[in-house]
Design a binder for this molecule. Sequence first.
Ligand code: TYC
Length: 128
Amino acid sequence: MAGTSRKGSGALKTGIEFCAVFRYSKSMAVLTGNGADTAEKNREKLKEPGEYQVILLNDDYTTMEFVVEILMLIFHKSEKEAGRIMMDIHRKGKGIVGMYPWDIALTKANEVHAIARQHEYPLRCIVE
Ligand code: TYC
C-alpha cells in the first residue's frame, strides 16, 4: 500500500501503489482500481454521464386531460405535442417524455408524483 516500505515496486517509486476512483454509472458509484490509468482516462471516468430518460407510465385511472396538463406544465410540451405523447403512452403503456441530467430528471419525476397525488391520480413517472 502507499506509505509502506516494500522496495522494488515501480508504483512505490511514485508513492502510489493503488489509486481508487469513483466512476458514476446511472445511480451507482462504482469503485474502480486503476493505478495505471492516465489523468485523461481518470477525467473521463469522473465525468457525469449526460442525460436520462424520464418515462411516463400508462394507468387506467388518470384522465387524459390531466396527463396533457402535466406534459405541458412539467415538460414544456405544446398542447398538440402533449396530446400526441399522451395518446402514444395510452396505447403503448409507457413513453419517453424528456431527456435530462440525472438531478433534473429526478426532480421532474417527483413533481409529477406530487401533483398527481394532490389530485389523487396514480400516475407514475420513472427515470432510467
Ligand atoms: N389511460 C388513461 C385513460 O384512458 C390515460 C393515460 C395516458 C394515463 C397516459 C396515464 O401516462 C398516462 N384515462
